[in-house]
Design a protein around this ligand. Structure first.
Ligand SMILES: C[S@@+](CC[C@H](N)C(=O)[O-])C[C@H]1O[C@@H](n2cnc3c(N)ncnc32)[C@H](O)[C@@H]1O
Length: 252
């Protein structure tokens, strides 16, 4: 091993410590989503910088002060990962001290609830449910014995059949997929021109059917959409009479 005091070795030690603590990043993200911080800052588009105390006064029920210091720690952490922008605002009664305030960056804005009630917040929550978190410490076992995936080892059955039995998880999965896919499909439909001549369109694993619904709306010559997904999923997907059929099946 080379000399431990070289710049390279110092940077390597810091890098491995950062990797070892990386869980603090998604967990902090999960915390701000649970606390609904993005909507509190966004306030219909104002995105005015707010201190941790001001944010807490908007997200907690009246009478609950919370701990602004702890929230500020989380906000600072996520600022360093580009979710928030930090503003140092001089406090009026002091020449020297300043207050930290936070607004949303482009990344942070993905967590703001839109007019359809969607955002990337559900995607964040979906990934950090207890059942998924339980599978992560078993990843090394997938190397030793790949016959059962970590989710099955942790929860007794594969993820999608598990979601199907838990209405809350199923609902969150649907909402997460809608939140992720709707903005992408909007952008994709602005530039993609490949649906000419298509009469029937099948979306395999179409979830709540958002992609199909948006494509059929933009391209009325596509007469029929088939959402091919699991029974519990299509049971929750809105039907468009005469336009979207639901195929209650499994591709396994
Ligand atoms: C990652 S999601 C994709 C959702 C959707 N395509 C979108 O972009 O929003 C995967 C989808 O595959 C579906 N799926 C998983 N296993 C399936 C199976 N065995 N048969 C049919 N659909 C399945 C899930 O229910 C889920 O809706």
């Amino acid at each position: 091993m080379e000399n431990e005091s070289t710049e390279n070795r110092n940077e390597a030690r810091i890098a491995i410590m950062e990797l070892a603590n990386m869980i603090s990043v998604p967990m902090s993200l999960n915390a701000v989503v649970r606390l609904n911080v993005a909507d509190a800052i966004w306030q219909g588009g104002s995105n005015s910088p707010l201190s941790a105390s001001q944010i807490l006064s908007r997200v907690l029920p009246s009478g609950h002060q919370g701990d602004p210091e702890n929230l500020q720690r989380i906000l600072r952490m996520l600022t360093s990962y580009g979710v928030f922008a930090e503003h140092l605002i001089k406090t009026p009664d002091s020449d020297t001290s300043s207050e930290r305030q936070y607004s949303l960056t482009e990344v942070g804005k993905t967590l703001v609830t839109d007019s359809e009630g969607l955002s990337y917040a559900s995607y964040v929550l979906q990934h950090h449910q207890d059942e998924l978190m339980r599978a992560w410490p078993l990843v090394h076992e997938a190397v030793v014995d790949p016959t059962l995936e970590p989710f099955v080892k942790a929860n007794g059955e594969p993820a999608y059949s598990y979601y199907g039995k838990k209405p809350e998880m199923n609902g969150l999965m649907l909402k997460a997929m809608s939140g992720v896919s709707v903005p992408f499909v909007k952008a994709f439909l602005e530039v993609y021109d490949g649906f000419g001549g298509v009469r029937t369109l099948v979306d395999v694993g179409g979830s709540a059917g958002d992609c199909l619904r948006m494509i059929l709306k933009k391209h009325p010559h596509v007469k029929e959409g088939i959402n091919f997904d699991l029974p519990e999923v299509v049971a929750k997907a809105p039907i468009i009479p005469g336009k979207i059929l639901l195929f209650l099946h499994s591709f396994y």
